[in-house]
Design a protein around this ligand. Sequence first.
Ligand SMILES: [Zn+2]
Length: 351
Amino acid sequence: MARYVRSFCERRGLKVRADKFGNLLTKYQRGGRKAGWPLLFSAHMDHPGFEALEMVGARGVRAQWRGGVALEFFRGAGVRFLSEGKWVRGIIRRVKPLKSKPGQMRRADTVEVELRGRGQVAKGALGMWDLPGPAIRGKKIHAPACDDIAGVAAMLCLLEVLCRRRVNAAVYLLFTRAEEVGFAGCMSACKAGTVPKRSAIVGIECSTELLTARMGDGPILRVGDRMSVFSPRLEGYCRQTADELSRKDKTFRYQRKLMDGGACESTAFCAYGYEATGVCLALGNYHNMNKREKRIEREYIHLEDLAHMIRWFVALASKRRGYEPKVGAPPPLLEGIRRKHERTLVRTVGK
Ligand SMILES: [Zn+2]
């Protein structure tokens, strides 16, 4: 993933900097400096998966699990490891759970996989669910991982459009590691100064579809997650841009919701002192869990949601003024209401 991102950017003449944690940062810059802060788009490159610890006997491998998947999905599920350039497949036979408090979701710690055939899995090899490759069905794309490959893809599409149209803009793109263990890559990037202090961060995610945030109704401006609410001014800046886009193009659609089905890196960015908001896609089979069938399956997203999201990002990046973090004059709508009623307020005090 990181190699693909790097070569995609470098082929378009952009320098990519990796910090010591493996997070990647690049900057698209064309034309003079704009007023305000540049936007920084961010998405994580990882997905829940396994790391091989050791072979157990001739046909078994013990592996560490990393990510949020409920315990009942593991036993009997197919897994594949990429070991020395070759895929080695197997079935999970045993699961050791992490200690959990009552009421908490039970999580897996390590698993034991029975390998098919005579495969060897090297220590440190990475593993994933053994699922079929991506396929488009109707307007949806089903893939072993959409979270957050779709977010990364949206950023690369944004970059492609900016380069092709030679847009005057200044935009950072940050690709993070190890989000699925709890924002580890993102927080290390904040702490180490990989993330420019004066940047307005748009964190991109795939987030469980909710009854109030449906797939196909457009990308979602995420005002907050399970843990916190994000920067209100930056959220307003993104909303205003989406409204302008809707006025110009009647087919553009977006939603604005509190997506509290999970937490995302925007919470971490805000906690480390940055201005951040979130934009996400409604995701089906979150973390490969088909909860109805109790089975590991491909995740899916709606392709039109993704297309609208990219157009929104292009509009945000193309804005003539950058983001101004300071509070400016109140909007004319509110000022109008205040002026209209102020005299009545004074006249009716005590009546
Ligand atoms: Zn994610």
